[in-house]
Design a protein around this ligand. Structure first.
Ligand SMILES: [Zn+2]
Length: 70
């Protein structure tokens, strides 16, 4: 697949990634099963980068890479 797409995942323990939208770290929280959106971004059919979002931030950003797959 060569189109940008997004998936929803639970945040892994020890995660150190930063949310693209709010620029805060996406922290693992065992109690709340925090969720993140991971987007594989393609430009002109070529993979460019992975972007991470808090699930709520992804919605707030207007779902830039479409409805995230579970
Ligand atoms: Zn965020």
């Amino acid at each position: 697949m060569t189109e940008s797409r997004a998936v929803t995942r639970t945040v892994a323990a020890g995660s150190t990634v930063v949310c693209k939208h709010c620029e805060h770290q996406i922290k693992f929280a065992a109690k709340t099963q925090s969720r993140q959106v991971i987007a594989n971004v393609y430009v002109d059919g070529v993979w460019k980068q992975v972007e991470h979002f808090h699930a709520s931030c992804y919605d707030e950003a207007g779902q830039p890479y479409g409805d995230p797959a579970a």
